[in-house]
Write a protein that binds this ligand. Structure first.
Ligand code: OSB
Ligand code: MG
Length: 368
């Protein structure tokens, strides 16, 4: 196949409610959408998960625009792409910039599946027709606010609650959550807010039967996490630290984690995500699909990936309506009893709503 034309759009959408992590709060979501058209005018879509500022990783939507405009698009436009797996190889001369690469690669995967007339999930080798989802809850102003949100999401049927923690909002908060909800599947995500000196504090979390603690230590670390994992009973899950198959392999060998959160953008695309999935499966490491507060296109890619067989823990891909008044796809992503039914349409399985996309586009550029 060939990508004959690319439309790159910068989007801006306001989330229904602000989201707070150990790094700060935001409510305006700015991101990129990439539409890749073949010679017949068929379109595949990708979403960049880079944020406005580089708090989660070193990328931003501007660095993604730069990498796409100056390197990735010129490199791949009008070039024969035998299979989407080859995009990763073709871009391997570019160091890192995984979210930028993934934006293009995701659009190629969607286009490939559409040309074949099959759902993306099937193109990836996925087997489930329904997936379980959980929800990630940002840091709240008060514990009561957190408890009432959890109650709401439990009633909605979400299969797992993830609570963001940071120093000063951790052990006491989790204790209160456990008091009110003794039996819910519960986990905590620290987004790298702790260091080895905090082992005594992190040990206290062991009594709350958490499914896991996500990325407690530095965002580029796999050594200290191995030390921590030997000291605590709660399984460690890595998010920020895993950028590639090689990272996953080393983390598994070192014993840095017992679970991995796979985010397509963070690892440079669906092909690398699949490789990490397969590696984890061989090593009995369960995986789940993380979220980056995506709009519909990114959400659809996450859903397709989650149909692979080692995604045995609920992911963060909640319903469109949890984030947006109106999402960019039709139908929107719906969650019923904590489950998403995999769409059967070819490609990502949801139709980009061009009118809504236009409404939230700040600017766009066409490459051909
Ligand atoms: O660490 O998983 C994370 C959101 C933005 C950046 C990083 C993370 C998150 C979430 C929310 O936890 C996931 C979602 O609801 O999309
Ligand atoms: Mg995380």
């Amino acid at each position: 196949m060939k990508v004959a034309e690319v439309v790159l759009r910068q989007m801006k959408m306001r989330m229904k409610s602000p989201f707070t992590t150990s790094f700060g709060t935001f409510q305006e979501k700015e991101f990129l959408l990439l539409e890749a058209r073949d010679e017949n005018g068929m379109s595949g879509w990708g979403e960049s998960v880079a944020f406005h500022s580089p708090w989660y990783n070193e990328e931003t939507l501007k660095t993604n625009w730069h990498m796409l405009e100056d390197f990735i698009i010129p490199n791949l436009l009008n070039r024969e792409i035998v299979h989407p797996d080859n995009v990763t190889d073709a871009l391997s001369y570019i160091r890192k910039n995984n979210m930028a690469k993934s934006t293009f690669e995701g659009a190629v995967w969607d286009l490939y599946a559409k040309q074949k007339g099959i759902p993306l999930a099937q193109a990836l080798g996925g087997t489930s027709n329904r997936i379980e989802v959980g929800i990630s809850i940002g840091i709240q102003n008060t514990v009561d606010d957190l408890l009432s949100l959890i109650e709401e999401y439990v009633n909605d049927g979400y299969k797992r609650m993830k609570v963001k923690i940071k120093p000063g909002w951790d052990v006491d908060v989790i204790r209160e959550v456990r008091k009110s909800f003794p039996n819910i599947p519960l986990m905590a995500d620290a987004n790298s807010a702790y260091r080895l000196k905090d082992i005594p504090l992190l040990k206290k979390l062991d009594e709350f039967e958490l499914m896991m603690i996500e990325q407690p230590l530095a965002s580029d670390d796999i050594i200290d996490h191995a030390i921590l994992q030997r000291e605590i009973r709660t399984p460690v899950c890595l998010d920020e630290s895993i950028h590639s198959y090689e990272d996953a392999k080393k983390a598994i060998e070192l014993g840095s984690c017992k679970i991995i959160n796979i985010k397509i953008g963070r690892v440079g695309g669906l092909t690398e995500a699949k490789r990490i999935h397969d590696l984890c499966q061989e090593h009995d490491i369960p995986v789940w699909c993380g979220g980056m507060l995506e709009a519909g296109i990114g959400r659809a890619h996450n859903i397709a990936l989650t149909t692979l067989s080692n995604f045995i823990m609920p992911g963060d891909t909640a319903a469109s309506s949890r984030y947006w008044e109106k999402d960019l796809i039709e139908p929107e992503v719906k969650v019923e009893n904590g489950m998403i039914t995999i769409p059967e349409m070819p490609g990502i399985g949801y139709n980009p709503n061009l009118e809504t996309i236009k409404q939230f586009t700040v600017f766009e550029k066409t490459f051909s």
